[in-house]
Design a protein around this ligand. Structure first.
Ligand code: FH3
Length: 278
């Protein structure tokens, strides 16, 4: 019955639409409730006209194939989808506490326990993605959501690719781009490891490490791996060690996902069930 439910044909009549949660370039996301089960979801509504205009139907189809196939506690679920003449509707898991970004801006930065818990959750999710031949490539705070327990959820697979070979397409904002992507070189899974280093730094210091006035300067700082640790806030040597072993220009020398989970800072600080209390 449950499987049947997942596969059943959905339509707009099955949902009561609530408040808008966010506006994307190609459509918007609304809070919604499935009428029969009263189950709350996030309904992403995309306009076919926009999809044709920006020619992103192949990217959208890839996002849907990928997100439907992935099932992990730290990856936002895509339960199903349906369409009418002018719109496509994605039925997504609802993350009650919204964007991790807001939490980061509100607090300024996270504690080492909080930061390590989020990095461990991300690492578990990425290991799962890589096992399923998916490189996300666009892990940034805006794409990270928090559920009712404060558990991290990776959302928005718009830029991810089913990776069978190395990739050459530019994507993501600059701060999180690995050197090989900045140089538009072939890249592989290790780009996500670099991004974990960027995020770990940003969670602990409140801003990404290579932030600069201009894109050119950010590029230059990334290529030089021009990394420095401010004296405040005081951050443990283990945390700095992990960051230094991820922000390595040679992608083959970056700490592997498995080694991140075995790192002393993660072992000591990450909450095993991923919901470290504030
Ligand atoms: C780039 C990007 O994906 N941004 C977030 C999208 C907009 C809302 N989306 C949500 C999606 Cl897809 C799922 N759950 C959400 N929960 C929220 C949210 C909750 N609060 C209290 N505030 C917000 C916002 N938003 C979502 C996805």
């Amino acid at each position: 019955e449950q499987v049947e439910n997942c596969k059943r044909q959905w339509s707009l009549q099955d949902f009561q639409i609530g408040k808008p949660l966010g506006k994307g370039k190609f459509g918007s996301v609304y809070l919604a409730r499935e009428v029969k089960s009263k189950y709350v979801v996030a309904l992403k509504i995309l306009f076919k006209e926009q999809i044709e205009k920006y020619r992103i139907h192949h990217q959208l189809r890839r996002e849907m194939e990928i997100q439907t196939s992935l099932c992990h506690p730290n990856i936002l679920r895509l339960y199903g989808w349906f369409h009418d003449n002018e719109r496509i509707f994605l039925i997504l898991e609802y993350a009650l506490r919204g964007e991790l970004y807001r939490e980061l801006r509100k607090n300024g930065r996270f504690s080492e326990k909080q930061a390590a818990t989020y990095i461990a959750s991300l690492t578990h999710a990425l290991a799962y993605c890589h096992e399923n031949h998916v490189i996300h490539r666009d892990i940034k705070p805006e794409n990270l959501l928090l559920d009712h327990e404060g558990r991290l959820k990776i959302a928005d697979f718009g830029w991810s690719v089913q990776s069978k070979s190395k990739r050459h397409t530019m994507c993501g904002t600059l701060d999180y781009l690995a050197p090989e992507m900045v140089e538009n070189k072939a890249h592989d899974y290790a780009v996500d490891n670099w991004t974990l280093g960027i995020l770990c730094y940003e969670f602990l210091y409140g801003a990404p490490p290579f932030e600069a006035e201009s894109q050119k300067d950010t590029f230059r700082r990334i290529m030089k791996v021009d990394l420095s640790f401010p004296s405040t806030p005081s951050v443990s040597a283990e945390a700095k060690n992990l960051i230094l072993r991820l922000l390595v220009k040679d992608s083959s020398k970056r700490l592997s996902l498995q080694k991140i989970l075995e790192h002393p800072w993660i072992i000591k600080n990450a909450d095993p069930n991923g919901v470290c209390s504030m």
